[in-house]
Design a binder for this molecule. Structure first.
Ligand code: NAP
Length: 294
């Protein structure tokens, strides 16, 4: 078997166009522009790149973006104060605090300080509770991206045996919550799981988010399964620039799986597209406008 490669770049581009169209509609009919505020604390180079990419993505989609760069020695109280001010700023529909934060700041306190209605990362405890309760909420972007990619190759997920490898709060757990809401039968596996390979081999749907380069091999996969690889790992490559690889050995896995998302070009581009989507959705809900069809 040679797996269908799920083109996350193409799916994300379509979603970004749809977001741009929805934003243009809101400007024309309701006379406002959805806005995303990003807060960056310190000088982490990767975080700078992420925030720059988000700014460009907002501009492309016709969303307003506001950036706040704070020094590395910013106190927790100062950051909470900014988050609070953005919560009452009418131009701001989404607030994103770029992680990681410097050690003197507890990210949980900051996330808990974000207005849940503007929590476009979907990390606020109230939004996590809503997600697990099956209530309407703002869904964490990477998890939402995984589900959208799954739907491109599988129209009904109900009854499928799904294994999520990795239990982080930002990826593994929200993916599991979404798949449960789709009536999959869920197993969450992690570093303490005895024989993860055998557990993964049960899966009709396998989502891998562990941060271990090419951990999952072809013989971990049930023939015909759909595999979503969330991992982003940089491997140094014979003196050349770093090579990006996922948590799945794609070449090996593609011989067994029915469909697989590649790295790069799979889940990665979906995360920013879903962030834009959440910003427009948050903007509508705050104003009592029905959700755009995105
Ligand atoms: P994380 O917080 O480090 O969590 C990793 C999870 O994997 C943990 O639950 C850990 O188990 C589990 N794990 C680690 N080694 C394992 C092993 N050998 N066998 C089974 N489980 C194992 O990582 P994360 O934030 O979820 O990110 C995971 C990967 O996704 C990373 O490569 C990250 O760069 C990537 N990522 C991509 C996007 C995107 O936009 N595409 C977004 C976010 C993250 P324990 O809980 O037992 O420690």
């Amino acid at each position: 078997m040679t797996a269908t490669i799920i083109d996350g770049q193409a799916v994300a581009s379509r979603l970004r166009l749809d977001v741009a169209e929805a934003a243009a509609g809101l400007r024309a009919r309701h006379r406002f522009t959805p806005g995303l505020a990003a807060i960056l604390v310190g000088d982490d180079p990767a975080s700078h790149i992420y925030v720059r990419n988000k700014r460009r993505a907002c501009a492309d989609a016709g969303l307003a973006s506001f950036e706040h760069h704070l020094p590395a020695d910013t106190s927790e109280a100062e950051l909470l104060n900014l988050v609070d001010r953005l919560g009452t700023d009418e131009r701001v529909d989404g607030i994103l605090v770029q992680l990681p934060l410097p050690p003197q700041i507890d990210p949980r306190r900051i996330i808990a300080g974000i207005d849940p209605a503007k929590d476009v990362d979907g990390f606020h405890p109230a939004n996590i509770g809503r997600l697990w309760s099956g209530e309407r909420t703002l869904i964490p972007c990477t998890a939402q991206g995984c589900l959208i990619l799954l739907r491109t190759v599988c129209h009904s997920l109900a009854g499928a045996e799904a294994v999520v490898l990795g239990r982080s709060s930002i990826v593994g757990k929200p993916v599991a919550a979404l798949l449960l809401a789709e009536s999959c039968t869920i197993t969450i596996a992690h570093s303490r799981t005895a024989d993860a390979a055998t557990v993964c081999r049960r899966a009709d749907i396998l989502v891998v988010a562990v941060g271990r380069p090419m951990l999952v091999k072809g013989d971990w996969i049930k023939p015909g399964a759909i595999v979503i690889d969330v991992g982003i790992n940089r491997l140094s490559h014979n003196g050349a620039g770093p090579r990006l690889v996922g948590d799945v050995d794609t070449v090996d896995a593609a011989m067994i799986a029915g469909a697989i998302s590649p790295v790069p070009g799979g889940v990665g581009p979906m995360t920013i597209a879903c962030l834009l989507r959440n910003t427009v959705v948050a903007a509508c809900r705050r104003r009592g406008i029905s959700d755009p069809e995105l």
